[in-house]
Design a protein around this ligand. Structure first.
Ligand SMILES: NC(=O)c1ccc[n+]([C@@H]2O[C@H](COP(=O)([O-])OP(=O)(O)OC[C@H]3O[C@@H](n4cnc5c(N)ncnc54)[C@H](OP(=O)(O)O)[C@@H]3O)[C@@H](O)[C@H]2O)c1
Length: 278
């Protein structure tokens, strides 16, 4: 792998939590860091904080709300124009189960179940649109921040219209991201782009966890160390299509190894994101 200081790295959802901490760690090592968030003020505050702490002036900020796939497309277009060469993409942005007691099914601006849209369809689309940039500068890495919480996709009710549970909605989106990781690794075989996903740590002390549960069981620093391992370890130069529980290779939910389910999800995702009909 190239030295981190020579890499341009996009980290989605880096206005807060794990994404912000990972961006800070990579900026400390001298990378050109492309931050992303959906809120201009939080994003700019994150950029300023990283700038002040690291002195690294190569930290840029990009705005896009992942609840709207047209914003994902615009983000990809902007990045393609400004950074035609991208060494690493860390798909980290996400929402949790929300306030469990107030749980109600929500929709994205495209009319899709919100967690499926933000946590899965947005990174699915963004990754495909940025592949040309990742292909410009091999070797490249894609890291998908998944979760140990994974629920099988019920294909007759992917949008959870019949039965809605916020924790299931979150877990379904995270399994979908894991299934995408395995498919994309197959697709990219023979190219020097690896793609892996991970569970960073359980119930880190981030906004997402406090909002849902009100307490935490681990720290964002623990999660950051796991993401940094996937991002920087030379031992993973040729490792692709794997699921990690923190730094340890692990087995994902059994549906992730069901090729028919993966094909079905892939076709559905291409339709929903418009990738099959450009
Ligand atoms: N926390 C845990 O224990 C845990 C465990 C397993 C996996 N994870 C995963 O780790 C990742 C980071 O989570 P975290 O705990 O760091 O959560 P967090 O502190 O809530 O940060 C989430 C990030 O995603 C961004 N985001 C949320 N909705 C978005 C949208 N619609 N469009 C664009 N960006 C959006 C947030 O932006 P704003 O600042 O604007 O909200 C923020 O930058 C997530 O994918 C999560 O599922 C977390």
């Amino acid at each position: 792998m190239k030295p981190i200081a020579q890499q341009t790295i996009l980290i989605t959802g880096s206005s807060d939590g794990l994404g912000k901490q990972t961006a800070l760690a990579l900026a400390k090592q001298g990378a050109t860091v492309l931050l992303h968030g959906r809120d201009q003020q939080r994003l700019e505050a994150s950029r300023q904080a990283i700038l002040e702490e690291t002195g690294n002036s190569h930290v840029e900020a990009y705005l896009a709300d992942f609840a709207d796939l047209s914003e994902v497309r615009k983000l990809a277009q902007t990045l393609q124009a400004q950074h035609p060469r991208l060494d690493m993409l860390i798909n980290n942005a996400g929402i949790g189960a929300g306030k469990i007691a107030e749980a109600r099914r929500e929709l994205s601006r495209d009319g899709y179940e919100l967690r499926f849209a933000i946590n899965y369809l947005a990174p699915f689309l963004l990754t495909h649109l940025l592949l040309p940039c990742l292909r410009q500068t091999p070797p490249a890495r894609i890291i998908n921040v998944g979760s140990v919480g994974q629920s099988p996709i019920e294909f007759s009710d992917v949008m959870l219209e019949r039965h809605y549970d916020p924790a299931d909605a979150y877990r379904q989106s995270k399994l979908a991201l894991t299934m995408f990781t395995f498919d994309l690794a197959e697709e990219l075989k023979g190219e020097q782009i690896t793609v892996n996903c991970l569970h960073p740590a359980s119930l880190m002390n981030t906004r997402m966890v406090y909002e849902s549960l009100g307490y935490a069981l681990s720290t964002v620093e623990e999660g950051r160390e796991a993401v940094m391992y996937l991002a920087t370890s030379p031992a993973l130069d040729n490792v692709t299509g794997k699921y990690f529980d923190q730094r340890r290779q692990a087995r994902a939910h059994s549906q992730a190894y069901d090729l028919a389910a993966r094909r079905r999800l892939q076709q559905l995702s291409e339709q929903l994101t418009g990738l099959s009909n450009p």
